[in-house]
Write a protein that binds this ligand. Structure first.
Ligand SMILES: [Zn+2]
Ligand SMILES: [Zn+2]
Length: 330
């Protein structure tokens, strides 16, 4: 079931990189859209996925993908899609007009992806493209849909910007102006979105990565020094997350990074007294060798507090590498 991401209207997110545009990424699929557009529905477990991003008006972008096996015919896949559209149009008694490769869309994808662009018009209209990537084997269908009177002139620019797989073993996940590169083997476990707070949790077996962002840092952290300092973000975070952090034995250092002073936590899972006793009584138990690493900082440029925390295999530096690729402001 697609997760509903309809967020309460709140503080506007800053653009990631390009003013006026933002990056939305999900499960290795990423796309650039105008910054006031937001993801409203996402789904995707394993081999298939779906992403819908809505404009503040009546336009929206839909991207559907599935991993394929064996040989794939893009024209056949498009034909199946058209059949579905025809069935719906018949049921709802609308005339359906379909066109393949409409001239004004031009070439939207690299030729080796065998792309076919199309348009359809019924009670609404759409401009889209279907393609297959030989590298990730994903078959993708993406379209900009709107009401009959809507301006769909952004279609080409948006459809061209879609990446259907990540690069170098990294997937870019992006929502509401937050963009984070996560190793491809990690799957999203949960997402939480409320006004002023965004949390993404990723998991790969026992390893876990949690990215959190709070808005209105200047209000949340008010009092104390007016200047951004690692202590005030860190003290606030430590108090807030006391229960979670109590599971770990760690120490905090400070480091300079992209103009910010970041609190860096390093440690490992604490054995709870009961578990420690149980462990002593078991001879052949292999303990989960997990370590804990975290980064907490305030980004005055975007007025956000950010925290990246990870539970990783002993000796791993995954959380650090995710942190180093992270960009909190452009
Ligand atoms: Zn691909
Ligand atoms: Zn920043």
């Amino acid at each position: 079931m697609p997760a509903n991401l309809q967020k309460k209207r709140g503080a506007k997110s800053p653009p990631a990189g390009d003013p006026g545009w933002t990056m939305v990424g999900w499960q290795g699929v990423s796309v650039r859209v105008p910054e006031e557009w937001s993801p409203v529905s996402v789904s995707g477990e394993g081999e298939a996925g779906y992403l819908r991003i809505a404009s503040p008006d009546t336009r929206s972008l839909e991207i559907k993908w599935e991993e394929t096996k064996g040989s794939v015919s893009v024209p056949d896949a498009l034909e199946r899609y058209f059949k579905k559209l025809k069935r719906t149009a018949k049921k709802t008694r609308h005339d359906l007009r379909i066109r393949e490769r409409p001239k004004h869309l031009g070439s939207l994808r690299p030729p080796n992806q065998a792309p076919i662009s199309y348009s359809w018009e019924a009670d609404r209209r759409a401009l889209g493209v279907i393609w297959h990537c030989g590298e990730c084997r994903r078959l993708v269908i993406a379209e900009l849909v709107g009401m009959l009177e809507d301006d769909l002139s952004l279609a080409a620019e948006i459809l061209k910007s879609i990446h259907e797989h990540g690069e170098g073993g990294w997937n870019t996940w992006g929502l509401y102006g937050l963009a984070v590169d996560v190793p491809a083997e990690f799957r999203i476990e949960s997402q939480q979105l409320t006004t002023g707070y965004l949390k993404l949790t990723f998991r790969h077996r026992a390893q876990m990565l949690v990215v959190e962002r709070w808005g209105l840092a200047n209000v949340v952290l008010k009092g104390g020094s007016s200047e951004a300092s690692p202590e005030r973000a860190w003290r606030w975070f430590a108090a807030r997350e006391a229960a979670r952090l109590s599971r770990y034995r760690y120490r905090a250092n400070e480091l300079a990074w992209r103009g910010h002073r970041v609190s860096c936590l390093e440690g490992r899972e604490r054995l709870l007294p009961g578990i420690a006793r149980a462990v002593q009584s078991l001879t052949r138990l292999s303990l989960p060798a997990l370590q804990f690493r975290g980064y907490v900082w305030e980004c005055p440029e975007t007025n956000k507090i950010l925290a990246l925390t990870g539970q990783e295999k002993r000796g791993s530096d995954i959380t650090r590498r995710v942190f180093e690729r992270f960009a909190c402001h452009s």
